[in-house]
Every structure is written in C-alpha cells, then in structure tokens.
Design a protein around this ligand. Structure first.
Ligand SMILES: [Zn+2]
Length: 377
C-alpha cells in the first residue's frame, strides 16, 4: 500500500532512474492523489497510467452496528448465526483486541487464533500456520497480518473496529473470496470508535499535515458507514473507478427493502448550529447527546434540565424534523464528518471522557447558504 505510512526507504526509489532503465510501478489500489504521489516520488515523466476496474462482484459489503459496547458479543453471535465452521479473518485495531476476541470466540466454542506485530517470529508463524492449515477457522489480527496473504477460501472478513482509511479497508476486505465464491466484508460500526482512532492520530508525532490527512481519511470511512447509498459504488468512486457498476443487491443498502430518499437538511443544520451556540451560554463543553436532546426538546433531567438547556430560545426547534432521538444523533455524526461540527477529545487529566463539540470549519458555509447538507437518514 502506497500511502503516508509507506516505508521511508521506498521514498528513495526514484534514484533507480540513474541507471536509465524503464520503471513500472504497480499498486492494488490508488486514488488520484496516491497516483500523483507515486508519479512524484518515482520522478516519472509523462507516464502511461493503466487502471483496471477494482470491482470484485463476488464480495458482499455490509456495515453492522455494534450493539454491545465492546462489540465482542456481536461478533460471536454473527459467526454462530451466519458463518459456523467457515474460514475468516477478523481485523482488530489493537494487539490486545486480537487476544481478547480470540479468547471470547474460543470460550464460545469457535476455533480461533490471534496474530499481531508484537508476537515473536515463532508465535507469528505458528499461529498463522494454524489458520492457513485449517486447524483454526478464524484469525483475529491487526493490520500487521497483511502482505502476502493469499488464502483462497476466506469466506468473510470482519472489521471489529473501523479501519483508518478506505484504502486500508478495501485491501483488507479484499482478502475475502479469492476463490471467486460469494464472500462477506462486514464492518462493525460505532461512531465512538472514531474518537478512539482520532486519539491515536492526534497523539502521534507525525507532522500536522499528515495528521490532518489521516483525520480526513478516517472520516471517509465514517461517511461510508453512515451512508445509505450503495457501498460498492462508494468504494469504486473513491478509487475513481467509473466502470459500469452493477451491485445486484450485494451490499446491505441496496438489499434494504425500505426506500430512503435524500433530504435537504441544510436548514436543520443551521438551526442545530444555532442551538449549540445558545447552549454554550449555559455550559462550556457540550456532548453530542446533550445537543441532540436539547434540539429535539427532550425533558431529560440529566442531559437537559439540570444544565438549564430547556431555557434557551432554540430548545426543541428540531422536534418536527426527526422521528427518533437516534436520528438526530446520526444527523450530528454526519455534520461532524462534513466538518460542520467538530469533535474534540478531552485531555487525559479531564475526569470526563466524552468528547465535546464545537463548530467546524464548514459551519460558516452552511450558515451562509454556500454548502448544502443533503443526506439519506
Ligand atoms: Zn449496493
């Protein structure tokens, strides 16, 4: 994968040009931006670029909500119900998660091993061989389990935590179904996982520009999860693949019988931003839940009344626009990924851990009618 985290030594490959030989560069996936980085780093002059469709018609794309907070119960239930005795990979975001999830699966009678970059070479080989030779059905792994995996009968790839970019997602999910049979790419989603990953981004020592790009990449994954449009289409468009796409109901959104029409929620976005600003006169740091409940006119003692939010002018102005509190929360999540609102993580010393919300860079554009918010919700 060619990206910001690419090995530094590979950045020197342009020096091969000294030998006057032709250079060919190959990559599994590349956005337009990545293509231009490759051209620049290899110092290619007017290269011929050949791009094949990256559509994999036998892969089925789904996003499922994590119902319990840890998500482990969801995975056990999912595998028992849909994939008993089938070969699969579960990608986790931390070494600890791989271990805990493998333990949870084994406790539930499902054969599983784990793999991460901090295991010694012997353990890595032994655990991956157990999976390759079908002595275990499932491997719970970090993204260290990647290069060179070519096992044909992987029936499913589950992402236990959302990946950091759509490139990463497409590559990891693409390890399913290499035999051409129908295979499943399932992403388990909780918006709160974004905060967890964002903390990793902002505590890293990378330069600001890299961190900002990582935040943007993460938000493309969150938008993918929130979207009610065809998942296959989102992925292919992301890679600038304009080939004739036929999903044929092989993603959960196309397969959904309910017809959800796009709504122009620009006015509601303005109202919600105003509501948030008025709430600031009562309390300095506002959570998604507090804003959602105040906007909807909830009588919650804990999140609204004890803070005096029911006394502001905009209390309840969003009452008619959304049926459920959950819809308002999803709406706010959309606004965060659109940078109309911004989520801030608390410092380690803050006793409260819930992120707080401020206006984002695009709030002014929405307020001035320069940016529309049109979403399916
Ligand atoms: Zn679809």
């Amino acid at each position: 994968m060619w990206g910001q985290n690419f090995r530094p030594s590979f950045q020197e490959l342009y020096q091969l040009k000294r030998f006057g030989k032709p250079i060919c560069a190959f990559t599994g996936t590349a956005t337009i931006r990545t293509q231009s980085v490759i051209v620049e780093k290899l110092a290619l002059v007017e290269p011929t670029i050949i791009q094949m469709s990256c559509n994999r018609p036998n892969l089925v794309y789904e996003v499922l909500p994590k119902k319990d907070q840890s998500g482990k119960g969801d995975v056990v239930e999912l595998i028992k119900r849909r994939f008993p005795s089938r070969c699969g990979i579960i990608y986790c975001s931390t070494t600890r998660e791989t271990l805990e999830l493998a333990y949870e699966l084994k406790t539930a009678g499902i054969s599983a091993v784990y793999f991460h970059g901090q295991l010694d070479q012997f353990e890595q080989q032994s655990n991956s061989q157990t999976w390759f030779t079908e002595k275990a059905d499932i491997i719970c792994a970090t993204n260290a389990f990647g290069m060179g995996i070519d096992k044909h009968n992987v029936h499913f790839v589950i992402h236990f935590t959302m990946p950091k970019s759509l490139e990463e997602y497409y590559q990891e999910a693409g390890r399913a179904g290499r035999d051409g049979n129908t295979a499943f790419c399932i992403l388990l989603y909780r918006f709160e996982d974004r905060s967890k990953l964002l903390r990793l981004v902002f505590t890293s020592e990378a330069p600001d520009e890299v961190r900002n790009n990582q935040k943007i990449a993460l938000d493309t994954v969150v938008s993918y999860c929130l979207s009610k449009n065809c998942r296959r289409e989102i992925i292919l468009k992301y890679f600038n693949d304009n080939s004739e796409i036929r999903c044929n109901n092989t993603c959960d959104n196309c397969n959904n019988q309910d017809i959800i029409s796009p709504r122009n929620l620009s006015e509601q976005a303005k109202m919600l931003c105003r509501c948030k600003e008025e709430m600031l006169t009562k309390h300095a740091k506002l959570s998604v839940k507090q804003i959602a409940l105040t906007f909807k006119g909830s009588k919650s003692k804990r999140d609204v009344e004890t803070k005096g939010f029911h006394e502001i002018a905009s209390y309840g102005v969003g009452r008619g626009a959304f049926k459920k509190d959950a819809n308002v929360i999803t709406f706010i999540h959309h606004l965060i990924t659109e940078n109309v609102l911004q989520e801030h993580l608390r410092s380690i010393s803050d006793p409260c851990t819930t992120p707080y919300i401020t206006l984002g860079n695009n709030a002014k554009l929405v307020r001035d009618g320069m940016k529309e918010i049109i979403i399916k919700i």
